[in-house]
Design a protein around this ligand. Structure first.
Ligand code: ADE
Length: 230
């Protein structure tokens, strides 16, 4: 089993770089891929950059060029579920785009990409393993809906609109659904693991800057602990 780990930002990738023994690196489309070993397993770690297109390029390369069997995306997110504090985790049960609208003409739902369903479902077995690992570590996690869009959300009105349009959203970020769409297109499993850095409100920018590194570490720590069981 070869696993691709997709991390958007340099601030979120530190723990992996510390824990992996790097074997080689390759840069494609300005994205750095590190082939490494962790507890005997072969991993491909990629710093995708921010947003849906960066995530899609990276996920496509991981499947098609590096031939990974599954992608796990870890990083930070805005927490929008009640009782979700900074540092706590959201695991993707499923994902949706909050910035897609092809509703004109009446054929597609808000958030739906033509040719795909509205929601992208994560691999339920991988979700179960990572969720059980979090419980063993005593980490608070929610298994829920993650909404993705090309926006850093820092406005309570935008958070309210996303929650109203997509009921049950637990976290908002900028890459997960794109990774999910690529995985669905390749027919491969995926999971998104996000730790909360902010709440998408007026304090989001300040909180994100302060907590993004810790959030990245929390998500990476959970994945690295769960990896041997995957
Ligand atoms: N990732 C972390 N915080 C975020 C926010 N407020 N909006 C979008 N993506 C994020």
């Amino acid at each position: 089993m070869k696993i691709g780990i997709l991390v958007p930002m340099a601030e979120e990738i530190g723990l992996y770089q510390a824990e992996l023994s790097a074997v080689s690196t390759e840069t494609i489309a300005q994205i750095e891929f590190t082939i490494g070993l962790y507890q005997g397993a072969e991993l491909v770690l990629a710093q995708s950059g921010i947003g849906k297109v960066q995530a899609a390029i990276t996920a496509t390369m991981l499947f098609d060029h590096f031939d990974v069997d599954m992608i796990i995306n870890s990083g930070s997110a805005a927490g929008v579920a009640p009782n979700l504090a900074i540092g706590e985790l959201v695991l993707s049960d499923r994902l949706v785009y909050h910035d897609v609208d092809v509703t004109r003409g009446g054929n597609y739902e808000l958030g739906q990409i033509p040719g795909h369903g509205l929601y992208f479902k994560a691999d339920q077995n991988v979700l179960k393993i990572v969720s059980a690992t979090a419980e063993k570590l005593g980490l608070k996690t929610i298994n829920g809906l993650i909404a993705t869009g090309d926006q850093f959300v820092a406005d309570p009105n935008r958070v309210a609109a996303i929650k109203q349009e997509f009921s049950g959203v637990a976290a908002v970020e900028m890459e997960g659904a794109a990774v999910a769409q690529v995985a669905a297109s390749f027919g491969k499993p995926f999971l998104i693991i996000r730790a909360i850095s902010d709440n998408g409100d007026d304090s989001a920018t300040v909180n994100f800057d302060e907590f993004v590194v810790q959030a990245g570490k929390n998500a990476a720590h959970l994945l690295l602990t769960a990896l041997p069981a995957l």
